[in-house]
Design a protein. Structure first.
Length: 279
């Protein structure tokens, strides 16, 4: 028997194999994904690991998270390097939409901020009447306080809370009040190593594993409320934005399915976030 038929069959097999490989590579190249510019608090808390597989399984859309401080996340989105913005400083979010960079802002979920410090609490913040009193006690005692100082949502909130006091931070910056210029985890580490005070979002505090002598000292004052918002980056400003898939993600996060998953996420048995979306 001639070897020609066998050779032809071999060539056909190779062609089919290469064709299938090409189709597979094309499918990989066309994989659907969106980029979400978000905060370190949501990423470091483990919330996204809890949520995103459910969304991807339902929609086949991968979510790639860029976790930075709120200020930087807004700049990333303003530059068109994200499809969705998810942060926690409402005035900055509303400005982002008002300037045309975002389509619409939605309330998504909330938790709160807490003041942590050494269990000995030299400034007596445990006995404060409100958050302004707690911060004033720290200032009057000249106790070491670490600020993130990084334009994050937590840093913005902290400055707003200090504004409720009569303390001029510019006059004491570098003395007992020190800016780390770093994220929440790194700032908590610095506070832990020096028994200093700091302000943290609750989810990062719950997940922080190097507490040392630190403990939660003050919480519960209404100004310490921490609202998260979610916004689609405007495709009219940045036409390359994956608007349909980005909106699908937003709609899912606002839906009962997304909200129930947010509410079910716990850190060491404590609920970390509370869904309050009103689509």
């Amino acid at each position: 028997m001639s070897s020609a038929p066998r050779l032809l069959g071999f060539r056909i097999t190779i062609v089919l194999t290469l064709s299938l490989l090409l189709i597979a590579f094309q499918a990989l190249g066309e994989a659907r994904f969106i980029v979400v510019a978000s905060t370190t608090s949501t990423e470091n808390s483990g919330l996204y690991s809890h949520l995103l597989p459910h969304f991807t399984n339902k929609t086949n859309i991968e979510v790639r998270v860029v976790a930075v401080g709120t200020g930087q996340a807004i700049r990333v989105s303003r530059n068109g390097d994200a499809d969705v913005l998810l942060v926690h400083h409402r005035p900055s979010e509303e400005q982002f939409v008002a300037e045309g960079f975002g389509v619409k802002r939605y309330d998504l979920m909330y938790n709160d901020y807490v003041i942590v410090g050494a269990d000995s609490d030299p400034a007596g913040t445990r006995h404060a009447a409100d958050v302004a009193d707690a911060l004033t006690r720290i200032a009057n005692h000249r106790s070491l306080f670490f600020s993130r100082g990084d334009d994050s949502g937590t840093h913005k909130k902290e400055v707003e809370l200090w504004d409720r006091t009569e303390i001029d931070l510019s006059a004491v910056n570098g003395e007992w009040y020190r800016e780390t210029g770093r994220g929440m985890g790194a700032t908590l580490n610095m506070a832990s190593s020096t028994d200093a005070y700091t302000l943290s979002d609750r989810s990062t505090w719950l997940s922080f594993g190097n507490k040392g002598n630190l403990t939660l000292l003050f919480q519960g004052d209404p100004p310490m409320f921490n609202q998260y918002g979610i916004i689609l980056v405007n495709p009219e400003i940045h036409p390359h934005v994956r608007a349909e898939d980005g909106q699908a993600f937003i709609d899912w996060m606002l839906s009962p399915a997304g909200q129930n998953l947010i509410n079910s996420y716990k850190i060491h048995g404590e609920q970390a976030f509370f869904g309050n979306a009103q689509p």
